[in-house]
Design a protein around this ligand. Structure first.
Ligand code: DGT
Ligand code: CA
Ligand code: CA
Ligand code: ZN
Length: 577
């Protein structure tokens, strides 16, 4: 097999895994591997044949991928690929991505009606041809149409974490151009929004032509939309647009401020400037004389731009014209929480349920990340698909946790459980079991299509349970894949205040709920937020930083985030001593 063929197999595996909602880092490992392999100058077969060398010496190739490459070279195929292909027939991949469709329905639509594109699916819904199929109904058609709209939206906005991967590669590519003095991604990406409409690349450079040529030669570029004197726009093969602006050094700060936005933030700022006889643009801050003439007074960096109109520098995550100008007027911006503030991670899974790594592995990974406590929170028995734990298995797991705690220095491992809130209400495990846990998470995984009132009542009841400490991923949304379930979060928050419960900001880049708005609401109400990774592998702990971004957008400080405290302090929040 050639390198390109091997790379293609890895790309295909990544697509199929992604379709199965596998861990994003696992998907990324395959994509990165494919990219590295396709860029290699020398055949992989030659490296394998050389006993003095190892595939794992290659950048981006870990032990797992190395084994897969060897299998491919030896047999021409991979059990994993065959397994995935068997589970997912060709052509249903796009259909299955539609919220409300999923793999099973997609396969049926393909088989029974020959539907293989989104257009065909929409048409079939509109012509009411789907309700005739076994297991489908008029309601399904409605759900699919709604899902199609979400999917169309997904085609135009990408998740922050996905944008990050593109940004990293783009900046890497641009960096080798010596004419570039300064470079930043502005826009919603810099503000840390959960999804990104397009990327805004800003460059300070002397040689515009060289910068634009370099930009146009980025491997992911599909087409150039426009190229002008200082502006250029391209569409990547993935469909994402990237806007480039090249500006002089004395305007770099002003342009960075302007193109970081948000638009609403800038509108307020321009108003402030005007009151002081100043004008702000992407070129700088100017004093406007009575005769209308303009004098440049600032623009090299953002600090001097803001200072010129009597404002502090605002962290980009704050720039949404929500509270930031009030904070500035009061003379103090909150010091937003940072990744370094985090001391614990209180939601993660192991091989006991649907995680991929052992308790020991998770503990070692947490130690490597500098955490001083974690909670092992596997699923409860209702989540049978994930091999959820009943009381007996859970108590056995806790013996294991005790042992790990005895053997390990520098970290406290808590006995936790992610206990399902049952469809009919009530917790999935009896109170006597929950009472023995150090940490109890309540989650809604089933009955997500129930009415707003039903779901809200289930959650309110769970929050009344004295053993429950925190509600996880409070809206159940999966960005671009599943809308939040119907839930009255205002009532949930009121109950959290009343019963002194904590709420989770789930750091998984596809979840990120609570979102920024509700984080801010929780802060106002004094509800401690716990930012958790919900890791299903050791690598899964990496997502903490995405949660931090969202928390910062909600204006949260370290004090607002419960797991910035040492465990001894945290314990007091949940009634421990
Ligand atoms: P996106 O791309 O939809 O995720 O959101 P943004 O915020 O990145 O928006 P984008 O790319 O349209 O523009 C980037 C920034 O440029 C925006 O946040 C503020 C600034 N900007 C763009 N157009 C205007 C405008 O018409 N007026 C003002 N005041 N600012 C603008
Ligand atoms: Ca943008
Ligand atoms: Ca833009
Ligand atoms: Zn979980």
């Amino acid at each position: 097999m050639t390198n390109q063929e091997i790379a293609a197999v890895f790309e295909q595996i990544a697509d199929l895994l992604e379709y199965q909602s596998a861990n994003p880092f696992r998907v990324r490992a395959y994509r990165n591997g494919a990219k590295k392999i396709s860029e290699l100058a020398e055949p992989l077969a030659a490296i394998v044949a050389d006993s003095g060398r190892s595939l794992t010496d290659l950048d981006g190739i870990g032990k797992d991928l190395a084994e897969k490459i060897e299998t491919l070279l030896a047999t021409g195929t991979l059990p994993l690929l065959e397994e995935l292909q068997e589970a997912i027939p060709a052509g249903v991949l796009t259909l299955a991505r539609i919220p409300g469709v999923g793999p099973k329905k997609a396969a049926a639509l393909h088989k029974e009606l020959g539907i293989s594109s989104l257009q065909e699916l929409r048409l079939a819904c509109e012509q009411q041809r789907i309700r005739g199929l076994k297991g489908f109904g008029a309601k399904t058609e409605e759900t699919i149409l709604k899902g199609l709209s979400i999917a169309e939206e997904a085609a135009v906005r990408v998740r922050w974490a996905d944008a990050e991967q593109i940004v990293d590669e783009l900046l890497d590519h641009m960096r080798s151009e010596p004419a570039i003095k300064q470079m930043e991604i502005a826009g919603s990406y810099r503000r840390g929004r959960d999804t990104i409409g397009d990327l805004d690349l800003l460059v300070d450079a002397t040689d515009v032509t060289a910068v634009m040529d370099r930009f146009g030669s980025f491997a992911q570029v599909g087409e150039t939309i426009a190229r002008g004197e200082t502006k250029m726009a391209v569409r990547l093969k993935s469909g994402l647009q990237v806007d480039l602006r090249v500006v002089p050094a004395e305007s770099f700060g002003a342009a960075l401020q302007y193109f970081t936005g948000s638009k609403d933030h800038n509108v307020v700022m321009r108003g402030r400037a005007k009151q002081q006889g100043l004008k702000v643009s992407d070129w700088g801050v100017f004093r406007v004389a009575d005769d209308g003439s303009e004098t440049y007074i600032a623009g090299r960096n953002e600090e001097e731009v803001y200072a010129a109109i009597g404002l502090p520098w605002f962290p980009p995550e704050m720039r949404e014209a929500r509270e930031e100008y009030n904070w500035a007027a009061a003379g103090e911006l909150p010091t937003l929480v940072t990744l370094e503030d985090i001391r614990g991670d209180l939601h993660m899974h192991t091989t006991a349920s649907d995680g991929h790594d052992s308790i020991e592995d998770m503990v070692a990974a947490a130690l490597a990340r500098g955490l001083s406590y974690i909670a092992i929170t596997d699923h409860s028995k209702r989540v049978s698909m994930a091999h959820g734990l009943d009381g007996e298995r859970l108590r056995r797991q806790w013996l294991e946790v005790d042992q790990v705690n005895r053997q390990t220095e520098g970290i406290e491992v808590l006995k936790g459980i992610e206990c399902d809130i049952l469809e009919k209400g009530g917790m999935d495990l009896p109170d006597d079991v929950l009472a023995e846990a150090d940490w109890v998470i309540a989650s809604v995984h089933y009955g997500q299509n129930q009415s707003r009132q039903q779901i809200t009542e289930r959650i309110l009841e769970a929050l009344e349970n004295p053993h429950v400490d925190m509600l996880a991923h409070p809206t159940g949304r999966l960005i671009n894949r599943r809308d939040p379930y119907e839930v009255d979060l205002d009532q949930v928050m009121a109950a959290a205040v009343k019963h002194r419960k904590l709420l989770e900001l789930n750091a998984n880049p596809a979840r990120l709920d609570l979102n920024d708005i509700y984080c801010a609401a929780a802060k106002r109400l004094g509800i401690p937020i716990v930012i958790n990774t919900d890791a299903h592998t050791t690598d899964g702990m990496e997502v903490m930083r995405f949660g931090i971004l969202q928390a910062r957008r909600g204006g949260l400080t370290a004090a607002d985030v419960a797991n910035t405290r040492p465990w001894a302090e945290f314990k007091k929040l949940i009634g421990g001593s």
